[in-house]
Design a protein around this ligand. Structure first.
Ligand SMILES: *Cc1c(COP(=O)(O)O)cnc(C)c1O
Length: 381
């Protein structure tokens, strides 16, 4: 039965009860690669070898499942390891998938450079356009892959409608929920079959650990994920699992502050002469605003802007901030700024997924809002 407690209660408690032996309130970092057996095959806690399963990872996985309202959770060494595991679980040579026209650069690179070599084909469609996604589906389509909001253009897809398109075609809907986090959006409740996370971002939340997750209600898919955790081994170590769980405990309070700060940054940038346009689903004029308002609790901490004056002005903006660190990644407590065209999304250059060269992406942190706004004001002066 699914865990009915409130979100923050689940974030803090799901997956672990104080240790009966010691009373330890937090899950121990089980630094053990192997587990003693009481007679051959006599496992004490269900654990035999840590690639297959480890108690710290098990606690994280149960917690992730509870946060997304799913039955099964699996932890991975990175978001890309989770992506790779999902693709290999759900696709066979000859199969096809639909991906967003502004998918995360690493997702696109893995599909385009690796999976196509193994007989997988893909089509690209905007997540905003249900008819285009439906038109991209073929008889051999097994997965419809969406991010919402997308990275880095903050486009919004209607998860419920996209699930309908996928299911009509006999395909499964995957939602990469990294940008929203389960606090703001729970795709399984909207009809998605699998939720994917880079836990490196908001879930971990402190820019100190890389990880990934898959959550599903589909027993067969989960068994395939577990098979590859053991069979291919892209699993997180116990310290990674512990750090991610530690981050998750404060997800709700962090996300609310990220959203508060982002809304103020949007207000500031919207009227600014050096900014051509602000992409943020919370803006009433954003084309995905209504869908976002329907399926998200709030609009998140990520903002992209098109900078007036082209690529040089955009790179200049990135180089001049001080509170915002110029760096890849997102979702941590500290504010980050980056130029997707030259950084996170460089792998999309020349492809259908190429991003505008005056695009700048902001991951708004939880520092004091006056310092955040002052920094942007200086950098744009
Ligand atoms: C970062 C990211 C990934 C990849 O995750 P890693 O943990 O860096 O491997 C996948 N999807 C989105 C939307 C991301 O932002």
């Amino acid at each position: 039965m699914s865990d009915q407690r409130g979100f923050s209660t689940r974030a803090i408690h799901a997956g672990y009860e104080p240790d009966p032996l010691t009373g330890a309130v937090n899950v121990p970092i089980y630094a053990s690669s192997t587990f003693a057996q009481d007679g051959v095959g006599g496992l004490r806690g269900g654990f035999e070898y840590a690639r297959t399963g480890n108690p710290t990872r098990r606690a994280l996985e149960a917690n992730l499942a509870a946060l997304e309202g799913g039955t099964y959770g699996r932890g991975f060494a990175s978001g890309m390891a989770a992506t790779d595991t999902l693709l290999r679980s759900a696709l066979r040579p000859g199969d096809h998938l639909v991906i967003p026209n502004d998918a995360y650069g690493g997702t696109f690179r893995l599909i385009d450079k690796v999976f196509t070599q193994w007989g997988i084909t893909y089509s690209v469609a905007p997540v905003t356009d249900i008819d285009a996604v439906r038109a991209a589906v073929r008889p051999e389509t097994k997965l419809v892959w969406v991010e919402t909001p997308t990275n880095p253009l903050l486009n919004v897809g209607d998860i419920e409608a996209l699930a309908g398109v996928a299911h009509d075609a006999g395909a499964k809907l995957v939602v990469d929920n990294t940008f929203a986090s389960p606090y703001l959006q729970q795709p399984l409740s909207l009809g998605a079959d699998v939720v994917l996370h880079s836990t490196t971002k908001y879930l971990g939340g402190h820019s100190d650990v890389v990880g990934g997750a898959l959550v599903t209600d589909d027993e067969e898919l989960d068994a395939a994920f577990a098979f590859l955790q053991n069979g291919a081994g892209a699993v997180p170590g116990p310290f990674d699992g512990y750090l991610t769980l530690r981050g998750i405990k404060t997800l709700a309070v962090r996300m609310d502050r990220h959203c508060d700060n982002a809304e103020k940054v949007v207000d500031f940038l919207s009227g600014h002469a050096k900014i051509e346009s602000v992409l943020y689903p919370g803006l009433p004029g954003h084309p995905g605003h209504e869908v976002a308002a329907k399926q998200m609790k709030r609009f998140g901490g990520m903002i992209s802007v098109l900078v007036a004056g082209g690529i040089d002005a955009a790179k200049d903006f990135c180089a001049r901030t001080e509170v915002f660190t110029l760096a890849e990644s997102l979702g941590g407590i500290e504010s980050l700024i980056e130029h997707p065209g030259a950084m996170t999304h460089a792998s999309t250059a020349g492809s259908l997924l190429e991003v505008p060269d005056n695009l700048v992406r902001l991951s708004v942190g939880i520092e004091d809002i006056d310092d955040i706004l002052g920094d942007l004001e200086n950098a744009l002066r």
